[in-house]
Design a protein around this ligand. Structure first.
Ligand code: URA
Length: 425
């Protein structure tokens, strides 16, 4: 391998040059080993933030991050397909989706994370089920995929360790929001996980990482391009995140809503997105099945119950509900015109559903139920939102975040489509 120096690589990117494959392989490997210092990688991340990387550099960067750790080999006797969401408010879709797609015949390895900030984490939600265990060994993942078809668990620390180190550094150097770095970070973990197909749910709107459609489209295009370069069957759906998904935002409340969907009910938007993502996943996995019919048949619920039991959880156990409740009512008659996803996400987080630092605990029963959604007709005094928490001192801060986050007007708002576009690789 040609040897380089960190200063040469930083200088090249600072001056707007393309990095060569050899420079990228060297710098990612040397950083993971500790031979390139944090301050040098910080400077390089900022140079990438300012001067970008093209599609080929980003693909190589991703490749180098995958190579920094282990790669799972998921030979489980059925096509493997995964989904990744860039994160949103009330985004519990993994919970009904993984068992639904498994019930249709695919294997769904869903290695997930915990929540940080205003978007919730899938593992935090599932941990509100008594007994459920997030930490599985690779052998347990493989045998659960063979037996049940779906597994949602914590990613092992051996997957893409370069990303783990780099992400922590980006977080404290104002270099998170660079599309080549975000795309390579997400895709390195997904490629290392070993699924053959991947469907991305790239969220756009106030409650999402990407606030504008242009930014979301650029991220989706970069993600799909990396996937294609690595031989994945891949699609990205651009979906609206200006309003919370469904009615429940929090941990146990989102599990309850997901079970309603798996039992054939639940809010229309959650059902619509679950079925749209399932169709795309099945098409990428080469399976012809009708997910709407499988959802209605109850088979997806059966798979959910087996998936939860396989990880030590009791699918029939009652879930925690925050002991303190506060109701927000409509200030006037009219139509609910706005319910801002970011405001609701921050309020739920302040109530205890999310964490400010990685090591903070979350409250299983904290969260918000949105009793009205934009377009609903409401009357003065009607309950709009129910807030739940174990820590009543948190309620004023949650109400402050909701201030201005909902509006009532005389005419119903125009509806934005939930699925805005699909980009296929
Ligand atoms: N999620 C990731 O995994 N990585 C990023 O860089 C941003 C969001």
């Amino acid at each position: 391998m040609t040897t380089h120096t960190a200063v040469d690589v930083i200088r090249a990117k600072r001056d707007g040059a393309r990095l060569t494959d050899s420079q990228i392989d060297w710098v990612v490997d040397a950083y993971t080993r500790g031979a390139v210092a944090d301050e040098q990688m910080s400077a390089l991340a900022m140079a990438i933030f300012l001067n970008g990387m093209d599609a080929a550099e980003t693909a190589r960067w991703t490749h180098a991050m995958v190579d920094s750790g282990e790669k799972l080999s998921l030979d489980v006797g059925r096509p493997t397909v995964d989904k990744h969401s860039t994160g949103g408010v009330g985004d519990k879709i993994t919970l009904p989706l993984a068992p639904l797609v498994a019930a249709c015949g695919a294997a769904v390895p869903q290695l997930s994370g915990r929540g940080l900030g205003h978007t919730g984490g899938t593992l935090d939600k599932l941990e509100s089920i008594p007994g459920w265990r997030a930490q599985l060994s690779v052998d347990e993942v493989v045998s659960q995929l063979q037996a049940v078809g779906a597994v949602v668990c914590a990613a092992t620390s051996g997957l893409a360790p370069a990303d783990k180190k780099l992400y922590a550094l980006r977080d404290v150097t104002a270099t998170v929001e660079a599309i080549p770095l975000i795309a390579s970070s997400i895709m390195s973990k997904k490629i290392a996980e070993g699924a053959e197909a991947l469907v991305l749910d790239v969220k756009v709107g106030s409650g999402a990482f990407m606030k504008s459609l242009d930014q979301a489209r650029a991220l989706a295009t970069a993600l799909v391009s990396i996937g294609v370069d690595h031989g994945l069957k891949i699609s990205a759906l651009l979906t609206d995140m200006s309003v919370p998904l469904g009615r429940a935002v929090g941990n146990s409340v989102e599990v309850t809503e997901s079970v309603e969907v798996l039992r054939g009910g639940g809010p229309a938007d959650v059902v619509e997105l679950t079925v749209a993502l399932a169709r795309e996943m099945l098409s990428r996995a080469g399976i012809s099945a009708d997910p709407a019919a499988v959802l209605a048949s109850g088979e997806a619920y059966e798979t959910w119950a087996r998936m939860i039991r396989a990880q030590g959880g009791d699918p029939d156990a009652p879930l925690a509900v925050g002991k303190h409740k506060h109701v927000v009512t409509a200030p006037s008659d009219g139509y609910l015109t706005t319910l801002d996803a970011y405001a609701v996400g921050v309020a739920a987080w302040r109530l205890g559903a999310g964490r400010a630092r990685k090591e903070d605990p979350v409250q299983a029963g904290a969260g918000i139920l949105c009793l009205a959604k934009p377009g609903d007709r409401v009357t003065e005094g009607q309950p709009l939102l129910e807030l739940y928490t174990e820590t009543p001192d948190a309620i004023p801060a949650a109400l402050e975040s909701l201030d201005g986050g909902y509006e009532i007007g005389e005419t119903p708002p125009t509806r934005t489509p939930l699925v805005i576009d699909t980009i296929r690789g």
